[in-house]
Design a protein around this ligand. Structure first.
Ligand code: NAD
Length: 441
């Protein structure tokens, strides 16, 4: 434990010593569980809870042979990690990305356990991934790969057991193929509710109003709850975004009508800047047509370093993990870092930002809008109901603002930062449920 200089690292090292597991200090899973265990150490929770949370319950790996359009064959690797289900069925997105690794999926599944617990949703945490670049496949190939992976997962998913949703590289169309495949395998007595096996489906096939924009909308509700207390007003704010996919583009399109100004955006194709503001709707149309922000005609191209160093009020990462590391944090000039993506900030970067007075709003709070409306979709599917958009928004607002208040109160009570507070508020709920249920046998 000599190399540990932080409480999070010490908490994680001590548990993994007991489990005889070894991780590098910059491993994403080690970093994330470290913060979770640091939060647990602030509470009088039993040691057994820390052991339970420190590893997922199940790690499933599948390999799917699929024939390509040109007649050749490829073997695709898929993961489904089910972290914890004490609160209810496992819940979490499915990611399609060519660089995905097991530790990343484990991390995201742990964050889902924490996220659902913080929002008091009746779900546990899971995450899935397929190692593929979806941009390189035709629509037919994407469908065959999706159907084959769904079949390979078999009874490891189900509306009462584990419910996937969209994430990076997947969308409503992919969810429709997953649901259709699952329904084809379902017993005739359960076909009606079988489509609840996934959420984020198209509206006409059991989807919910408001699911597509849900993560961005939830984030806006969190900002409306927390920013006034930080002396900030949305209508006077400038912001930058990493990622202009589902979460990034909806965040921009929902903040713009409230008077906030999008100044810079970076995605996998490049970075752009306009000091007078970038129109969120026009950029969304451009990205849909071209696949990225590079070449957008109403802004100038900038390099990566300039992107991070541009002064804005809100810096919003909405792409992949660990995109804000210490070198980037050193150059960043913002008042609040808003984690729309999962695990975008390394612990070193977070410490640096907190030291220089930047507020860090944690991902399990900021991006819980997606899973919350997924819960609404699942509920509507079970009851054969269709809620109207206003009802979805009103319910989402209630859950997001309550979660934000819960984090603030926990931070005050435990005298800790907002990330540790968000984990602590989640762990208290999980601990309470273990107390009343007991741990089997
Ligand atoms: P998406 O696939 O729609 O968009 C991903 C974006 O990331 C794209 O704009 C892409 O260009 C960008 N990107 C990829 N690699 C990059 C790189 N190297 N540099 C800069 N940008 C890069 O994905 P999404 O659904 O918007 O998810 C974004 C984040 O939000 C992820 O962390 C995801 O886990 C999280 N999240 C998504 C949801 C949801 O409902 N979709 C819910 C909660 C959390």
């Amino acid at each position: 434990m000599q190399d540990c200089t932080t409480p999070a690292c010490r908490s994680a090292r001590s548990i993994f010593l007991e489990l005889q597991e070894c991780y590098e200090e910059d491993n994403l899973y080690f970093q994330t569980i470290g913060s979770v265990l640091e939060a647990a150490d602030k509470l009088a929770v039993p040691h057994r809870l820390k052991l339970i949370l420190s590893q997922p319950k199940n790690e499933i790996m599948v390999h799917c042979p699929v024939q390509m359009d040109d007649g050749s064959w490829q073997l695709f690797k898929g993961y489904r990690v089910q972290h914890n289900n004490v609160l209810g069925p496992y819940k979490g997105g499915i990611r399609y990305h060519h660089e995905v690794k097991l530790d990343e999926v484990k991390t995201l599944s742990l964050l889902m356990t924490m996220k659902c617990a913080l929002a008091r949703l009746p779900f546990g945490g899971a995450k899935g991934a397929l190692k593929v670049d979806p941009r390189t496949l035709s629509a037919d190939e994407l469908m065959r790969v999706t159907r084959r992976m769904t079949a390979a997962l078999g009874t490891n998913i189900g509306p009462d057991y584990d419910i996937p949703a969209p994430d990076v590289g997947t969308d409503a169309r992919v969810m429709a193929w997953m649901a259709d495949t699952y329904i084809n395998f379902a017993e005739s007595s359960s076909k009606v509710t079988a489509r609840g096996v996934v959420t984020g489906k198209p509206l006409r096939f059991g989807g919910s109003a408001g699911r597509e924009k849900a993560t961005g909308q939830g984030l806006v509700y969190v900002l409306e709850t927390l920013l006034p207390g930080m002396g900030l007003q949305i209508d006077q704010l400038s912001f930058s975004l990493i990622g202009y996919g589902n979460v990034g583009s909806w965040t921009a399109r929902l903040l713009q009508p409230l008077g906030a100004t999008l100044r810079t955006v970076m995605d996998h194709t490049g970075a752009i800047h306009n000091p007078k503001g970038i129109d969120a709707e026009t950029l969304a149309e451009y990205v849909t047509q071209t696949g990225g922000v590079a070449g957008y005609p109403h802004a100038e191209a900038i390099d990566r370093e300039t992107f991070y160093a541009t002064e804005v009020d809100l810096f919003i990462p909405a792409a992949l993990e660990q995109m804000v590391d210490l070198p980037e944090a050193r150059t960043m000039r913002c008042k609040v870092l808003v984690e729309a993506a999962n695990a975008p900030t390394t612990p070193k970067a977070e410490r640096h930002l907190l030291e220089k007075g930047v507020e860090v709003l944690p991902a399990i709070l900021c991006n819980a809008g997606g899973v919350t409306v997924s819960y609404f979709e699942w509920k509507q599917n079970r009851q054969s109901e269709t809620w109207d958009p206003d009802e979805v928004d009103a319910r989402l607002r209630t859950i997001m603002s309550r979660s934000a208040e819960r984090v603030l109160q926990t931070a005050e009570r435990l005298d800790c930062n907002l990330r540790i507070a968000s984990y602590a508020a989640a762990i208290e709920h999980i601990n309470h449920v273990y107390e009343v249920r007991g741990v089997f046998p």
